[in-house]
Design a protein around this ligand. Sequence first.
Ligand code: HEM
Length: 181
Amino acid sequence: MKGIIFNLVEEVVTDSYGPDTWDELLDEAGLEGAYTSLGSYPDDDLHGLVRAASSQLDVPPDAVIRTIGEQALPRLATRYPGFFDGHDCRSFLLTLNDIIHPEVRKLYPGADVPDFAYEDGAPGELFIHYRSARQLCALAEGFILGAAAHFGETVAVDQTSCMHRGDRDCVLRVRFLAVRP
Ligand code: HEM
């Protein structure tokens, strides 16, 4: 996993709970924590940090990952405004597979990004198929919630199938509920 993801996790934890909490999580996970954005680090580091946060906060690991994604996405919007300009939440999500993540591969050599496919649902609904050996569908859910917040919209996200429930892939159903006036 690229260091930028760890940088975002550190920012989210530090902004909400302070730098001491970040140090405590690193200690508990047995990690040093000197992550540089372009570096590559074991996925296990992320899982260790999530486990530590999960036990400290007494919330399930998936919920920790979702919250990280939700709070990290607006930070990506600050770093990479060009990916967001001129979009609403739906049109932004539709650029993920063909524009954003391919660009991410150039910006972060060695990045191993997930694969998404799209399917229209009922009006106001978009199905996003997520495929990745990392099985970080909760992170994808959080990123989508964070994107909605960035665009001043409200969405509901659930999964009609999920690798964690034994399905072949994860299908995230995004329902676009409201736009902030
Ligand atoms: C709603 C929008 C987005 C979704 C749903 C999404 C989803 C994900 C997920 C789930 C991963 C974890 C890796 C995996 O599952 O295999 C990931 C990785 C990553 N994404 Fe995105 N992403 C979004 C937008 C962005 C944007 C705007 C950027 C901006 C630069 C970005 C940059 C990255 C990077 C750097 C990684 C790490 C890849 C690696 O470590 O190899 N993503 N993304």
